[in-house]
Design a protein around this ligand. Structure first.
Ligand code: HEM
Length: 413
């Protein structure tokens, strides 16, 4: 359950033991985020809470948490619903024309639209937000692969730089985010996530975030907040396209609970099958495949001596599919999350949002957003994958299909 991965200048351990996973994710001073991972993202999200450690992270997390409180997310719901409404219009046009579309690109666009509306109160159609999105797609394609040579040969904490095209894309994204932030700061009376982060004060000094820090945090909400959700929804709609039995159960639940009208916030909390379906998608296709950490000092893990600088890879992907932790792990079975089957689950084996103090700040946001999207679109449309047999997952920045999934959609009459 704790396995060395190959031989390299710095040790690499794959940790599949839920007890040790929990200890490592909880002690984030001894096991901070891995330096290679931090470097890969630093040009884009600077010193944001996603990559910082120690007291810097503690201060940032305290200031950011209120922006994702239940009350605040509830207020973001109308922005989410407006984005989904526009997306339905797009799908209706695709249904009428019979044109095919890339599921991955469509989901990235939809979730980026949700994020720009909920953070900045602007739709993705705005020029600056569209440019952030386009450059982000470029960044995502280039940064996702690991440099194996470096992994094997470099000493821990060896400084490196990203290739120039990646750095250029990051600089452009930060510039656009700065423009969006300045426009947002000049607008009064908006009740969005940017507003909550602008109002946040350090509890010790009373100081707000600086402009650079704001760009760091808002950049990470954009990155972590749309890329992960797009990945999970891509797998969700792919599964729906090949499982008519699951579609029938979901549609029945949505029609019974919601009826014909719009899906409201209160409905999203009363759709257990939709929720368990999404949990099962996150189990088999966790968007974040690795939670990378590093040993900050010499220590011991599961009776094994671990040298400072050893990389610790916690892999939701392998934990979620582990034969010893799940009954029929390869079977897609949303009902495994029913309360009466809870005893089948291994405590600590399900970590799509991470665990411990650094658990995903946007988990509640993503849960409501995806329930709204799934309920609305499953009731209204049938999805067909053109070449379902050839679909394969691939670990990039998140879990994506190796080749884009081509789809056709038909409106349900
Ligand atoms: C299905 C959707 C999502 C999944 C599966 C997901 C997954 C995760 C995971 C696994 C982590 C922990 C990473 C680690 O410990 O190394 C994390 C952290 C984080 N996520 Fe999410 N996430 C999702 C949606 C979101 C959304 C919608 C937002 C914001 C709008 C967000 C913002 C963040 C931030 C800021 C962190 C860093 C927290 C910290 O280090 O204190 N995520 N996410």
């Amino acid at each position: 359950m704790v396995t060395p991965l190959g031989s390299s200048r710095r040790g690499i351990l794959l940790i599949n033991d839920p007890v040790w996973v929990s200890k490592i994710l909880t002690d984030h001073d001894l096991f901070p985020k891995n330096d290679l991972f931090v470097e890969a993202l630093e040009d884009l999200v600077g010193n944001s809470m996603f990559v910082t450690s120690g007291d810097t992270w503690r201060r940032q997390r305290k200031m950011v948490d209120p922006a994702f409180s239940h009350m605040r997310i509830n207020r973001a719901f109308d922005f989410m619903a407006a984005a989904v409404h526009d997306f339905e219009t797009r799908l209706r046009a695709l249904s009428a024309s019979g044109d095919t579309f890339s599921l991955d690109a469509a989901m990235s666009h939809l979730t980026a639209d949700v994020i720009t509306r909920t953070i900045f109160s602007v739709p993705l159609e705005g020029e600056a937000s569209q440019q952030v999105f386009d450059d982000f797609m470029r960044f995502e394609r280039q940064v996702g692969s690991i440099d194996i040579k470096r992994l094997l040969l470099d000493k821990p904490w060896s400084p490196t730089t990203q290739p120039q095209p990646v750095r250029d894309a990051c600089a452009r994204i930060r510039q656009h985010l700065g423009t969006m932030l300045d426009t947002r700061m000049a607008t009064e009376g908006l009740d969005d996530i940017a507003g909550a982060v602008l109002d946040a004060r350090d509890t010790d000094t009373g100081q707000p975030f600086t402009r650079e820090e704001l760009i760091d945090q808002l950049g990470v909400f954009f990155l972590a907040g749309h890329e992960t959700t797009a990945s999970s929804l891509t797998w969700a709609f792919y599964i729906l396209s090949v499982r008519p039995d699951v579609v029938a159960r979901m549609r029945e639940e949505v029609e019974r609970v919601v009826g014909d009208g719009p899906v409201l916030l209160e409905h999203t909390k009363r759709l257990p099958y939709v929720r368990n379906f999404f949990r099962e998608v996150l189990r088999l296709y966790p968007p974040i495949t690795f939670l990378p950490r590093v040993a900050a000092r010499d220590t011991e893990i599961a009776g094994r001596r671990v040298k400072r600088g050893t990389m610790l890879m916690i892999a939701p992907w392998s934990m979620h599919r582990h034969q010893k932790m799940w009954v029929n792990p390869d079977r897609f079975d949303p009902d495994r999350f029913l309360p009466e089957r809870e005893h089948e689950m291994t405590p600590g084996a399900y970590i799509p949002f991470g665990a411990g103090p650094r658990i995903c700040v946007g988990a509640a946001f993503a849960t409501i957003e995806t329930a709204l999207i799934l309920a609305t679109l499953v009731r209204g449309f049938d999805f067909t994958t053109l070449d379902a047999e050839s679909v394969r997952p691939f670990a990039r920045l998140t879990t994506r299909p190796a080749v884009e999934i081509e789809m056709r959609v038909a409106e349900v009459r």
